[in-house]
Design a protein around this ligand. Structure first.
Ligand SMILES: Cc1cc2nc3c(=O)[nH]c(=O)nc-3n(C[C@H](O)[C@H](O)[C@H](O)COP(=O)(O)O)c2cc1C
Length: 325
């Protein structure tokens, strides 16, 4: 069986290849974890290798939804400490997904910013093109969030650049119309902010700490990011300092219209895995232990994310491992 094989990862050893991917629950209380949410994650940590806690906003202007968790300045580290302790008590590793919503921020009382002056279909209003001061501020917010996560006992952080949020907006030529160093017309420009954030986070958390990226590797739309671009992008992220690449979709979100086969993003994770020598996570449509085992055997990823199936069934990991014995 491949699914139960441990994986050494930076300062950790994951006990198996099962990942609970980040899934927003809208269960925060005052934007912090509370008992019900802590119980929810504790239940799913049993027999799971790695839990990536749902996205947390790095600053209020980047908040994505009313009950999203915060990892911004002033958050109560003790509340997160209870969450990470609960997950660790079950033997799983845990990382925090840190995010800025950019053009799809939900609270228009704060400036809505993006790579360019765009309005996305999920956005409340047109975003303002970010100045260099805005860029510096956002970078600082990611660094701050990473420091808070480390203090709160998370084993690492995952920088969110998928599903149409801010870093995906920079990566996507559909959204990024800039002509400066962050231009959407070159790979260097499209990945510049990512690499600056990765390097700044790395400097803040130290060499031994796990830094991952959730990479929306293809937008699946005209004018958007393309599959052929994946090797170059992931090499840049790894050179900048990421230890783990978590593959998902871009502006299309976490689904591909009409696709039902387990692991529908395998066509994205395969080129990523071939391009870099850090572990790659594949998520999307995986329902059973057999699905996961088959994808690992095909070599399209090192780790398998199981989202909605695990949301619905807290015992998914135990059952999947037992079914393969
Ligand atoms: C309710 C819900 C919330 C989600 N929230 C996040 C999130 O916070 N961050 C993220 O990167 N992906 C998020 N996703 C996407 C999941 O991580 C995953 O990629 C998606 O559910 C597809 O995998 P599945 O078919 O195993 O469910 C969310 C998905 C769902 C269904």
């Amino acid at each position: 069986m491949l699914l139960n094989q441990p994986l050494p990862l930076k300062n950790l050893t994951l006990r198996n290849r099962i990942v609970m991917p980040p899934m927003a629950t809208e269960m925060s209380v005052n934007d912090e974890p509370a008992d019900a949410l802590i119980d929810y994650y504790r239940e799913r940590a049993k027999a799971t290798g790695l839990i990536i806690v749902e996205h947390e906003y790095v600053s209020i202007e980047g908040k994505a939804s009313p009950k999203q968790l915060s990892m911004a300045d002033g958050v109560d580290v003790a509340a997160y400490r209870q969450l990470t302790d609960a997950i660790h008590s079950q033997g799983a590793a845990v990382i925090a997904q840190i995010n800025h919503a950019g053009a799809v921020a939900f609270d228009v009382n704060h400036p809505v910013i993006s790579a360019s002056a765009i309005r996305l279909w999920r956005g409340q209003t047109e975003a303002k093109e970010m100045t260099l001061e805005d860029i510096a501020r956002v970078k600082g917010s990611f660094v701050n969030a990473a420091k808070v996560a480390k203090e709160a006992g998370f084993d690492g952080v995952e920088i969110h650049s998928a599903h149409g949020f801010l870093l995906n907006q920079f990566y996507s030529p559909f959204c990024n119309h800039r002509t400066d160093a962050y231009t959407g017309s070159t790979m260097d420009g499209r990945t510049r902010l990512h690499c600056e954030i990765i390097r700044a986070v790395r400097e803040a958390v130290g060499d031994g700490y796990l830094v991952a990226i959730r990479f929306g590797a293809c937008d699946y739309m005209k004018g958007g990011s393309r599959i052929e671009e994946i090797p170059e992008a992931v090499k840049r992220f790894v050179d900048a300092g990421v230890d783990l690449v978590d593959i998902s979709g871009g502006l299309n979100g976490y689904l591909i219209q009409g696709a039902t086969q387990p692991g529908w993003f395998a066509e994205l994770s395969r080129p990523a895995k071939e391009a870099v020598n850090v572990p790659v996570i594949l998520t999307g449509g995986i329902q059973t232990g057999q699905d996961a085992e088959k994808l690992l055997a095909e070599g399209v990823a090192d780790l398998i994310g199981v989202g909605r199936a695990m949301m619905q069934d807290a015992t998914w990991s135990e059952r999947a491992l037992a079914s393969l014995k």
